[in-house]
Structure formats: structure tokens, C-alpha cells
Design a protein around this ligand. Structure first.
Ligand SMILES: Cc1cc2nc3c(=O)[nH]c(=O)nc-3n(C[C@H](O)[C@H](O)[C@H](O)COP(=O)(O)O)c2cc1C
Length: 335
């Protein structure tokens, strides 16, 4: 089946489940794994566990109630842009099952900030909700700031945290917002208007000096970093398809970038690690390297709905054996 059609089918099932009485409790009973050892406190927010759904799975906001019942401690919804937009022509999502990878060039297909606000206004609060913001395709790069500010004004009231996405490879010019002057300007303006913790999501393709510049420009303007988005380096799957690569082949670079970032920003700045995580071992590596939270996306597509509970059970077993907690494990290998 076409991967995007498969996603739409799952989304339709998820939306339907939201209409069925007691479905919430049944889903939670089936897919959740809870233990106090898994609790983490990040930027003043209590997360029941460190695993979140990465941005891009719930591009409309409609799946948030469903995903809240599927074992995730947080769900990052979006990317949302000021203007609703259809994204790139299909096909735009490609599977590489042998490498447990995906290439996508979705291009921020989303209903726009106003529509998303209407959707969130009807929902109850479930898991911690991150709201990820990007630039509309029709907006010139020099006007990007107003685009983000518009979406922020509409959506931050529904957000436990905001993620600023300047790193998707599928919106022309977007990643130039990672350049230090543009970034300082954008984050300064967003920070001034944002009343919840603010995260910046960066690309794995930044050189070490570009990463240095971006972290410097963001200093004091955001509470944490999400490391990382998809990569344009597709050599690991031998493909020249346009788009960003995610999944297992991204794990090495994502961990490396996490370690570099942690070294540069220290332990006071929160880090969310995402990219190629699909097991408790990989999740523990990231937490020990300094991630307070982790996110999954591609491994969920291949691993299915029990993946969060499987990873959490593995983390919990480790913590129980070592008589420790996730909170205490954060950054132990970075000291
Ligand atoms: C189909 C697809 C769509 C995505 N859309 C977004 C998006 O809209 N915004 C964003 O910040 N990241 C987006 N991502 C990136 C993921 O959030 C994540 O950073 C990346 O896939 C690496 O994690 P993974 O290896 O666990 O998939 C998308 C990824 C995929 C596979």
C-alpha cells in the first residue's frame, strides 16, 4: 500500500476511535506502560515518561487525543504554518524497509494555524502537547518572523511547549533561518511573545561551525533544542530521491549531534533527542548522553503501536536493575 494512504487509513481509524465510548480507557489499558521511575521534569513540566511522538505524524492536530492514549508522554503536533497549504505533489513519502528508513518530502501539508486552533479548542488536555511551527511556503524568507508570530499568537494558548522548526529540508529556504543573524532575530521576537517553554529544532546537516553559530544565536532565547530533523544525506539508502531521510540510518548522526550540543550548552538547557530511536537501548544511550526527552517517528511506522510501551518497559527494567530513575540518568555519560 502507498505509505501515505496507509497513514491516512490509520488516521481515519484513530479519528473514529475518538467517537467510541470507553475507547480511551481501552486504548490506555492496552498501550500504556506507567511507572514513577519514568517520570521526568523538564522546563517545569511534568512528563509521565520521556517518550514523545515526533512532529509530522499529527499534521492537523486531530490525532492528539488518540496519540495521548497510545503510551506517549508527549505529542508534538504540527508543523503548522500561518497559511493552510497542501504540501508537495504526491507521491512524497517513500519506504526503505530493509534499512528501517523513510524519505519524505511532504512540504508542511497542514490546515493552517487558525484551523488548528479551532481543532485544539475542542479537545481535552491529554499528554503534554508540543506545538511545532514553521514558515508558510508562500511567505518570503525575509517575512518569516511575522509568519511564526501569527501562528504563535493563535496556538501558544494550547501548547505546553512551542517548537520552532527551521530545519525541514522540504520548504525552500527554510534552513537558512538557522544562520545566526536570521535566527537571533526570529528567536528574539518569538521569545518576547511566548509564555511557554520554547524549543528550537535543528538539522543534522549543519557543519560543526554552523551548529556552533546556531547555538550561540539561540543562547538565552530558548529553553532547549530538538536534535534533530531529517537529513538530506541519503547515501545510506543509496537513493537520490528528493526529501529528508529518517529512521535507523539517522541514529549515529543524531547521537553525535546530541553529544556535541550537550557539550556546548551544558546541563541547564533541555535537549530532546529524535532520529533513529527504536529500542530501549537506543533511548537509554540518548538519555545518558544528555537528552531529557526522546521522540520517535519512523520506528513507530515499522514497529507498530506497542513500541512506546516496549521501549518504556525496557527503560524501566534497566532503572529497576540499577536502582535509579530516568531523571537521574539524564546526562550521566556526559559528565
Ligand atoms: C513523514 C514525515 C513527516 C515529518 N514531518 C515533520 C514536520 O512537519 N515537522 C518537523 O519538525 N519534523 C517532521 N518530521 C521529522 C520527525 O519529526 C523527526 O525529526 C525525524 O523523522 C527523525 O526521527 P525518526 O528517525 O524517529 O523518524 C517528519 C518525519 C517524517 C518521516
Amino acid at each position: 500500500m502507498d505509505p501515505e494512504e496507509a497513514h491516512e487509513l490509520v488516521a481515519a481509524g484513530a479519528r473514529f476511535s475518538q467517537l467510541v465510548p470507553f475507547a480511551d480507557a481501552i486504548l490506555r489499558g492496552t498501550f500504556e506502560f506507567n511507572n514513577p521511575r519514568l517520570h521526568v521534569r523538564v522546563c517545569g513540566i511534568d512528563f509521565k515518561n520521556p517518550i514523545g511522538m515526533g512532529a509530522g505524524f499529527d499534521k492537523t492536530g486531530e490525532l492528539y487525543p488518540f496519540l495521548s492514549n497510545m503510551g506517549f508522554g508527549h505529542v508534538e503536533c504540527g508543523t503548522f504554518t500561518r497559511h493552510g497549504q497542501p504540501g508537495n505533489p504526491k507521491p512524497r513519502l517513500f519506504r526503505f524497509p530493509e534499512q528501517a528508513a523513510l524519505i519524505n518530502r511532504m512540504g508542511f501539508n497542514n490546515p493552517g494555524a487558525d484551523h488548528a486552533a479551532g481543532c485544539f479548542a475542542k479537545q481535552r488536555h491529554g499528554a503534554i502537547r508540543g506545538i511545532n511551527l514553521g514558515k508558510s511556503k508562500v511567505t518570503e524568507l525575509n517575512d518569516a518572523r511575522d509568519d511564526y508570530l501569527y501562528s504563535l499568537a493563535k496556538l501558544s494558548v494550547f501548547a505546553d511547549y512551542i517548537a520552532i522548526n527551521v530545519s525541514s529540508p522540504n520548504t525552500p529556504g527554510l534552513r537558512q533561518l538557522q544562520e545566526k543573524d536570521r535566527l537571533a532575530d526570529l528567536l528574539g521576537a518569538v521569545r518576547a511573545q511566548c509564555r511557554v517553554p520554547l524549543f528550537l529544532k535543528l538539522a543534522p546537516d549543519l557543519t560543526e561551525s554552523a551548529l556552533d553559530d546556531a547555538l550561540g544565536a539561540a543562547e538565552g532565547k530558548c529553553d532547549g533544542f530538538i536534535i534533530c530533523n531529517t537529513t538530506i544525506d541519503k547515501s545510506s539508502v543509496g537513493s537520490d530521491l528528493e526529501g529528508g531521510l529518517s529512521g535507523a540510518p539517522l541514529a549515529r548522526r543524531s547521537l553525535e549531534m546530541l553529544r556535541i550540543t550537550r557539550k556546548k550548552v551544558g546541563s541547564k538547557v533541555a535537549l530532546i533527542s529524535v532520529g533513529g530511536i527504536g529500542s530501549a537501548e537506543e533511548a537509554l544511550l540518548r538519555i545518558r548522553a544528555g537528552a531529557s526527552l526522546i521522540q520517535i517517528y519512523t520506528a513507530y511506522i515499522y514497529g507498530g503501536p506497542f513500541l512506546p510501551a516496549t521501549i518504556l518497559r525496557g527503560i524501566n527494567d534497566f532503572c529497576s536493575r540499577e536502582n535509579t530513575t530516568v531523571n537521574d540518568l539524564i546526562g550521566v555519560d556526559a559528565k
